[in-house]
Design a protein around this ligand. Structure first.
Ligand SMILES: [Zn+2]
Length: 326
């Protein structure tokens, strides 16, 4: 595995880079596709990744569209788009890799001698995220969950470079901005946090298809970040988020299934709920309600499960505090 040296990319480059990470058991190469533009003028390195989960398509399409639209002469610095990070998962149209079953968003910093997904994480961390001045990870809520179109960041104090993540999220102009107290572990954003790299991630509601409206918003958002960081010129486009959410304490209030069964949600995404509101129910296969899920606090539904098949311990809701309407 060869680690990329971004500094060594020649100025005045607009090109497709192919990086072999590993091989399948049958000997086929597992390649990552990078769309790279290094302008003639000096500036920062922006890394944008899509397809960390294989069944999320707005990120990859946004990166392809950005690569078509951005011209060498317009760019100060280097744009690197990793179109699809978890290629085996993309090939099978699944969230996780069919080869080792791993979720690429839970295993950072990865392992150079590990399984294929662990190798991808290692390569991404060393070659892209660590070398970035700014990092954007484009997700969608995927097949099983629903989230609003949003841009999220991890709250850092002013002594950290990554404090700037807040500014990046705010100019992204997604429908919702979400400030998290923590990013969890093993994620692209926790890796970026550990290396103090300003970083944001996005979500949108699409499930196993491409929502063009969200792709347009993602493209506009990445370009706004490039304007913020003086990589391209121009005014910000779009409208600031109307809804600003904040995670409570160390983690957002994640609600997990306490039993397995057939799950039906009772509330909509971004709905405001009071403590003890019934958020959904889990039934057995006779239709008998085994458990009603009640909200432990007042909050906003930031994520809800759509997939009825549920196992004890699965995430079914995420609640956030609302900071403001404007
Ligand atoms: Zn994802």
């Amino acid at each position: 595995m060869k680690i990329l040296n971004i500094n060594k990319i020649k100025i005045n480059t607009k090109d497709v880079f192919t990086q072999q990470i590993s091989k399948t058991a049958g000997g086929s190469p597992i390649n990552l596709t990078l769309l790279v533009i290094k302008g003639k003028k000096k500036g920062p390195v922006l890394v944008v990744s899509g397809g960390v989960h294989g069944d999320e398509y707005e990120g990859p399409l946004t990166i392809m569209n950005l690569y078509k639209e951005l011209q060498i002469e317009d760019i100060y610095g280097t744009f690197i788009g990793l179109v699809v990070a978890n290629v085996p998962a993309f090939e099978s149209g699944t969230r996780c890799s069919p080869i080792d079953g791993l979720n690429l968003a839970r295993i950072f910093p990865g392992n150079i001698n590990g399984s294929i997904t662990e190798k991808i994480a290692f390569w991404m961390g060393e070659s892209l995220i660590k070398q970035a001045d700014y990092y954007i990870d484009l997700h969608s809520s995927g097949s099983d969950m629903e989230m609003p179109q949003m841009c999220g960041y991890v709250i850092r104090d002013k002594t950290n470079k990554a404090f700037f993540s807040k500014k990046m999220a705010e100019v992204f102009n997604a429908k919702v901005t979400w400030a998290h107290g923590d990013s969890g572990e093993g994620r692209t954003l926790s890796f970026a946090r550990d290396h103090d790299i300003p970083s944001i991630y996005t979500e949108c509601p699409a499930s196993r298809n491409v929502a063009l409206e969200d792709t347009v918003a993602y493209l506009r958002g990445v370009k706004n970040v490039m304007k913020l960081t003086n990589m391209i010129k121009g005014e910000y486009e779009g409208q600031p988020s109307k809804i600003y959410l904040k995670g409570d304490g160390n983690t957002d209030k994640s609600i997990k299934a306490t039993t397995s069964g057939f799950f039906i949600p009772n509330v909509q995404i971004l709905e405001y709920v009071k403590k003890n509101t019934v958020l959904g129910k889990i039934m057995d296969l006779t239709g008998e309600v085994i458990v009603e899920i009640k909200s432990p606090v007042d909050g906003i539904i930031g994520l809800r499960r759509l997939l009825p098949t549920v196992n004890s311990g699965d995430n079914i809701f995420l609640l956030a505090d609302k900071i403001s309407d404007e």
